[in-house]
Write a protein that binds this ligand. Structure first.
Ligand SMILES: Nc1ncnc2c1ncn2[C@@H]1O[C@H](COP(=O)(O)OP(=O)(O)OP(=O)(O)O)[C@@H](O)[C@H]1O
Ligand SMILES: [Mg+2]
Length: 254
C-alpha cells in the first residue's frame, strides 16, 4: 500500500481535481484505490458525485468514534471514498494538544483494507493540524502547482515545511510535483516550468494536467473526467499521469 498526500497550502491549485481524477484513472487500470477527504470543505465527495455531505466520515475515525469500514463509501469499481464528515472541522479548530494529535491519521491508516494499492489524501488549503497529520502519515507528498509566480513562492515555503517534518519521521517524505493547470502557450507557464526544472529536477511528473473547461465542469455534475468526457485531452492527461505515477516517470533537467 502506497499512501500519498495531495498537498499544497495554496487554495485552488487543483488538489481535489487531482485526487478525484488520478484516483479514478488508477482504479480504471485495476488498482485498488482509497480516496480520502482530509478537507473539511468536503469537496472530494461532491466531485465524486456525493452532493449531500455525509455526517460521518474521517473526522469520526480520527476522533476514535468510528472505524474506516463504517464510514467508507464505494463510489466506483476499485475505488473507495472516505468522506470528511462533519467533525473533521473540529479537529483542525479545537486541536487540543497538537503534539499528541499529529499521528491520528497515521494510526487510522492501519484500518484500511489490506488489498489497497494506493491511498490518495485530498488535503485542505492550510498548514494546520490536518496537514501535519497528512505529512506524518504518508510515503509521498504530491504537490500540484499551477502556472503562476505566487505558486513558486508558496512551493519554496512548502518544501521548507516538509523538511522540518522529516525529523519527526523515520525516513524523509518523498516529494513529487504535478503541473496542475498548465497552459502551454502561455509564456508564464513555460517560465514556471523552467524554474521548477532548475530547482527540483527529478521531482516533476512528466505529464502536465492542462487547463481545460471540461475539467472545471466535472465537479458540478459529480463525475470524473472519464465519465464526463472519456475521449477529451484532459482524460488523456490523467491516463498518462497515472502511468507516470505508477512508473515514477519524472522530468530531468534539460
Ligand atoms: N486543469 C484544470 N483546468 C480547468 N479547471 C481546473 C483545473 N484544475 C482545477 N480546476 C478548477 O479550479 C477550481 C479549483 O480546483 P480544485 O478544487 O481542484 O483545487 P483545490 O486545490 O482542491 O482547491 P482548495 O484549495 O479550495 O481545496 C475548481 O473549480 C476546479 O474545477
Ligand atoms: Mg480541494
Amino acid at each position: 500500500m502506497k499512501v500519498v498526500a495531495v498537498l499544497n497550502q495554496k487554495g485552488g491549485v487543483g488538489k481535489t481535481t487531482l485526487t478525484a481524477n488520478l484516483g479514478h484513472a488508477l482504479a480504471l487500470t485495476g488498482k485498488k484505490v482509497v480516496a480520502m477527504d482530509l478537507d473539511p470543505q468536503g469537496h472530494l465527495s461532491a466531485s465524486l458525485g456525493i452532493f449531500k455531505p455525509p455526517r460521518h466520515g474521517l473526522g469520526d475515525v480520527l476522533n476514535g468514534d468510528a472505524v474506516m469500514q463504517a464510514v467508507k463509501i464505494e463510489t466506483r469499481e476499485s475505488m473507495l471514498l472516505i468522506p470528511a464528515g462533519i467533525s473533521l472541522r473540529e479537529i483542525e479548530e479545537f486541536g487540543g494538544n497538537a503534539k499528541d494529535r499529529m499521528h491520528l491519521l497515521q494510526n487510522a491508516l492501519s484500518q484500511l483494507p489490506e488489498e489497497t494499492d494506493y491511498v490518495l489524501i485530498d488535503c485542505p488549503p492550510s498548514s494546520g493540524l490536518l496537514a501535519a497529520n497528512a505529512i506524518l502519515a504518508v510515503d509521498e507528498v504530491m504537490i500540484p502547482v499551477s502556472g503562476d509566480y505566487l505558486s513558486l513562492n508558496g512551493l519554496a515555503h512548502l518544501m521548507i515545511t516538509l523538511r522540518r517534518f522529516d525529523s519527526l519521521r523515520k525516513t524523509p517524505v518523498k516529494k513529487k510535483i504535478v503541473l496542475s493547470r498548465f497552459v502551454a502557450r502561455r509564456r508564464l507557464s513555460q517560465e514556471v516550468l523552467e524554474k521548477l526544472l532548475e530547482h527540483f529536477p527529478g521531482l516533476i511528473f512528466q505529464t502536465a494536467i492542462r487547463e481545460a473547461s471540461a475539467l472545471a465542469e466535472c465537479p458540478g455534475v459529480g463525475r470524473t473526467i472519464f465519465e464526463y468526457r472519456e475521449f477529451s485531452s484532459s482524460a488523456e492527461d490523467f491516463r498518462l499521469l497515472a502511468q507516470d505515477f505508477i512508473e515514477g516517470n519524472t522530468l530531468e533537467q534539460v
